[in-house]
Design a protein around this ligand. Sequence first.
Ligand code: SF4
Length: 443
Amino acid sequence: MPKLHLITYGCQMNEYDSERAAGLLTQLDRYELTDSPAEADLILLNTCAIREKAEEKVFSKLGELRALKREKPSLLIGVMGCMAQLRGGAIQQRAPIVDLVFGSPAIARVGELVERARREGRPVLDVGEAPLVKVTSRPGRPAPKAFVTVMEGCDKHCTFCVVPVTRGRERSHAPAAILAEIRELARAGVREVTLLGQTVNAYGRDLTPPTDLAALLERVNELEGIRRIRFITSNPYNLTSRLVRALRDVPKVCEALHLPLQSGSNRILAAMNRGYTRERYLELVAELRETVPGVALTTDLIVGFPGETEEDFAQTADMVERVGFDGVFAFRYSRRPGTPAAAMPTQLSEDVKAHRNTRILEVAERVGAAQNRALEGRELEVMVDGASRRDPGQLSGRTRCNRVVNFDGGGRIDVGDFVRVRVTQAMPHSLRGTLVEEAAHVC
Ligand code: SF4
């Protein structure tokens, strides 16, 4: 049987798409997955276009694969995902070893596209629009956690972002299709689902009749077998009081929200076209903290956006302190061709961006560590993910507020189990704890 090797870059949406592509290709025993590129008959790179570095990584990987293709000319190499959608045929021009380039809308046809590339022996390109299709196939048995796409695309026009170009307009999947997928996952042993969308909290407004994410969360909550529900990524612009209440009132929805701020400066937020101010963001945080006690807040920040002054940057650092984020993903601004920000005249040097990135991470680490310390002595529900990365003798899992906890499982606990753990020590990025014996296996 021919072998497929998949390489995934970028966000959870890409991980999900890679699973779909692998699921379709392994169905009917057409391909089997391999971890070894040298063994593969087909290599697919699922790519990200959000930063220039992400694109360069793909070309460097394609450079490495050239030798394999020389040794085995029948090897097919495909590039899929956001970079494929954005760059199209330019990828094959720069890397002629690529046989196939297709965007996310074409995933449902991956089998047909691969066969065409094999049969015709010339480059295949499919980066056009296509109707929204819910592809639910996955290779093998799912883990106890799964991602489920509830919508595709984005209607916002943040000036730094290529997503509206690569993923198209906002389109929601029908609730019935989402619920059917999650029901199947629950039957296969999945206990935690993360609902995915570029602006997931805009879910449903394009459907007829319109609905919203809060209503979807209530329906997922009713599904037997599912114990935890998460959702990413929310946009502050679309955060409603109804959704905030759902975080509190829908029992399986975890008390954790990823709410990208991007900048703490109103001037920069306006230049980014984010549609909110720092004051509005702080109002939302106040509402969240009041409605959902103990809610964990994480965010994305961009430093070094064109025209960002020291004062603008200081306001971003100030927001990290004021909000008390539990986690921060900070990125240096990356100039993406075709976006309005790329044409702004006040681009900053890489040195300035790197320096600000280091400084914001220092602030974020200090603030996050303080949030972690507040959990010392608390007893928390943990879903077990597996062995700890640092110490394979320990187990690692996540709390409902999405913090990593490492603890000694005493050899009696399996992946996917829910246990109660008392937090004994807060580390900068994780917690250590001890199993609360009498309350183990709470499910
Ligand atoms: S909301 Fe997110 S995905 Fe949409 S344009 Fe802005 S940054 Fe990009």
